[in-house]
Design a protein. Structure first.
Length: 193
């Protein structure tokens, strides 16, 4: 049984449940498990030489994302849990690549479960804002805002997110534009510059 609303297809599926390890930030039986290492982050940090050194000395995991995908359609809700490791490239805090949603007018909810950090957000006309991540805090990423998570703490930053099934991911524009602000750890203090 498929229903059509605003001429967009929404596939009927059976209900299901998912079990999480909220401390490790893992899904028990993920269908998709994405692992991004230092070598996947070329072009994103200010200090390219420091990133290359990290790649040459073990190429550590930056973050992992666990998903049980649903149809990528209007009406469905995609969700995932992610584990962004602590660390720095030079002095810049570990972060996700960041993206806009392909359908720009789709938002996202992030629930912080463990660790400390920021959600850095930008629009394609140059606005930039950030919100703090801490356990028990929800960050709302409104439609039109590109977003990137940043770990400012000494333990993994674990978060759970939910977004429209038909949102899609646009990495290319963020790679070209970058974010206007970066987050650094200097002498034990966090600086947003
Ligand atoms: C989905 C979303 C998150 C990120 C995840 C990894 O729309 O925002 O699930 O995909 O935090 O970050 P990226 O996708 O930027 O590598
Ligand atoms: Zn997103």
């Amino acid at each position: 049984m498929n229903s059509t609303l605003e001429a967009q297809e929404t596939t009927f599926i059976e209900p299901f449940s998912v079990d999480y390890d909220l401390v490790e930030g893992a899904m028990k039986n993920p269908t998709n498990h994405l692992v991004r290492r230092a070598s996947d982050m070329r072009g994103h940090y200010r200090d390219a030489a420091a990133l290359q050194q990290l790649i040459d000395t073990g190429n550590p995991v930056h973050y992992e994302v666990y998903e049980r995908p649903v149809p990528e359609q209007y009406g469905h809700l995609m969700f995932c849990i992610s584990d962004l490791r602590p660390g720095t490239v030079g002095e810049e805090c570990f972060m996700t690549k960041g993206h806009y949603h392909t359908r720009l007018n789709t938002g996202e909810i992030y629930l912080a479960l463990r660790g400390r950090g920021y959600m850095m957000m930008k629009t394609n006309d140059g606005k930039c804002r950030y919100e703090e991540f801490a356990p028990g805090r929800m960050v709302y990423v409104p439609p039109y805002w590109g977003h990137r998570s940043i770990n400012t703490g000494s333990e993994p930053l674990i978060s759970f997110c939910v977004y429209p099934g038909d949102a899609g991911h646009n990495y290319g524009d963020i790679e070209r534009e970058g974010f206007p602000r970066r987050v650094f750890l200097r002498n034990g203090k966090i600086h947003v510059e």
